[in-house]
Structures are given as C-alpha cells and as structure tokens.
Ligand binder design. Structure first.
Ligand code: 48H
Ligand code: FE2
Length: 255
C-alpha cells in the first residue's frame, strides 16, 4: 500500500480527540500510573467501571521501573503474591515469603492487564487542580499537558468530571495536598521514616476515602496518614491498589 502521511496524522488526532471527549465524564479518575494506580485502574476496569488514569510522565510505571536503587527487581511478600499470580507476573521465592519479580515485567503486565480490561491511559497529562462545588464533594480534576507545566507556559487547563478520584500519586500525595491547600478538611501528616514491616502492615488501613469523593492509595495513603515508608517492597502497593478499586467501585456503582 502507498502510505499517506496526512492520513496517519488524521488517524492519531481523530481517535485520541474522540477518546478525550468521551473521557471528559468518567466514573473514577486515577491520578498516577505507579504500581498502586495501575493495579487500581486494572481492577476497576475489570469491574466494569469507566476509569481513566492520568500520568504526568511519558511512561507508566512510576517508582516500580527502578526497583531498589536501580536494580530492576521488586520484592513482594507472601500476602500479595496472589496479585503477582493474578496478573501472570513471574516471581521466585528468595527466602520463605519474600518473592522477587522483575520490575519491567511487573509494570508491563499490570499495564497490559489494565488496557485489556478497558482502562484508558492518559500519559503526559498532569493534574494541576481539583473541582469542589457546593456539596463539598470532589467532583472533577483540572488537567493540562505536562510539557506546558514543565515549560512554565501560561496556558489555562481543561477540566474533567468524575464520580470519584483515586490519588495514587506516590510520595507527594498531590491530589490530597491540593484539596487541603484549597481549604478542604483533610489533614496531611506527611510520610514517616523507613520501617517496612510497619508501613506494609498498616497501608490497607490508610487506603480509604479521606475526603468526600477522594480515595488515597499506595504511597500517597501512607503519606497522608503520617505512616512509615517501606523501601522497594511492593506488596503493599498492589494490595492498596486492589483495596482502592474495591472502595471506589462500591462508591460509584452503589452510591
Ligand atoms: C499526574 C502524577 C501527578 C499529577 C504524581 O510514585 P509512584 O510509583 O506511586 P505508588 O504509590 O503507586 O508506588 C510507590 C512506589 O513506587 C514507591 O515509591 C515506594 C514503594 N517507595 C517506598 C520508599 O520507601 O520510597 O507513582 C506515582 C505516579 C508517578 O508516575 C507520577 O509521575 C504520577 O504519579 N503523578 N500524575 N498528575 N499531579 N503527581
Ligand atoms: Fe519510593
């Protein structure tokens, strides 16, 4: 076939624009494409929830790509091994209960599962603000191209509407901070020191609705709660993403 450059351009523009318009209204917006956010998006989509994941970076994967200190391996404890298995991520037991997986495989297979289940990924889009109206609920997100933010250009953003938001933005807990900064009743205690056992043991308790319409998961959940960090053990991220999916799905499917 003879290739036409303009048809290629039209194909990209037409299909992506259509998707962006379709996702101006969605059930759950997940902010952050790290391990907790991708897991959450995959499981939400599997439940039939219309979910869009917004990631400011070019690549999905967050802090999982780099494993521990750039060694691309992650450790997952016994309690979360079933999630590796569920997504077909190979692992080896190093010592009883310590399962090692390759970070590249883990990111890729979680992302692939989320795509197959119907989650829509919007990379290179940064969430820069939130929408809160008279009823006091988080009702949407204000988004802009990350390169606009990086270049410091004065370009106004666009807005999406959603029934719930999952803050999976990692250590920075960016959405929780935005809500707090704009006067929402959301105390943020800040992340604590390294204590893997404690951090992983408590993360599910911290994975919850912290403000009407806002759920926190992954490292953001511990950062909001003033909980410890855990280093490159990722079971808590996967389990927290799963729990956030259960909570957000219940909120939007049976309000
Ligand atoms: C769009 C945004 C925005 C924004 C941030 O850091 P992550 O990998 O997050 P988690 O919680 O899924 O996983 C944490 C894990 O990677 C980790 O760091 C651990 C376990 N640390 C332990 C320790 O002791 O250090 O991913 C968050 C993603 C990133 O890709 C950001 O780019 C993205 O969120 N993000 N995307 N709009 N405003 N803010
Ligand atoms: Fe980290």
């Amino acid at each position: 076939m003879e290739l036409d450059e303009v048809t290629i351009s039209r194909a990209i523009l037409a299909t992506q624009m259509e998707t962006m318009v379709e996702y101006l209204d969605l059930d759950v917006a997940v902010v952050g494409g790290g391990p907790s956010g991708i897991t959450c998006a995959a499981l939400l989509a599997e439940k039939g929830v219309k979910v869009g994941l917004f990631e400011k970076k070019l690549s999905i994967g967050g802090g999982m790509w780099g494993g521990g200190m750039m060694f691309p391996r992650i450790v997952v404890q016994a309690e979360a091994k079933r999630i590796l298995d569920r997504f077909g991520i190979a692992s080896k037991e190093f010592e009883p209960g310590y399962h090692v997986a390759k970070s590249v495989e883990a990111v890729s297979k979680l992302t692939a599962a989320a795509c197959t289940a119907g989650a829509e990924f919007f990379n290179l889009i940064a969430v820069e603000d939130v929408v809160i109206k008279g009823d006091g609920r988080l009702a949407g997100l204000v988004v802009n191209w990350s390169p606009v933010e990086m270049a410091g250009l004065h370009i106004d953003p666009l807005t999406i509407r959603c029934k719930a938001v999952v803050d999976a933005s990692g250590h920075d807990a960016t959405i929780a901070h935005m809500v707090a900064k704009k006067g929402g009743d959301l105390p943020i205690r800040g992340e604590g020191f390294m204590w893997a056992d404690r951090a992983e043991g408590n993360i599910l308790e911290h994975t919850r609705e912290v403000f009407p319409g806002l759920f926190v998961c992954g490292m953001a959940a511990n950062a909001v709660a003033g909980e410890c960090r855990m280093g490159p053990i990722f079971g808590g991220m996967l389990l927290s993403g799963e729990r956030a999916a259960d909570l957000a799905a219940a909120a939007v499917l049976h309000p």
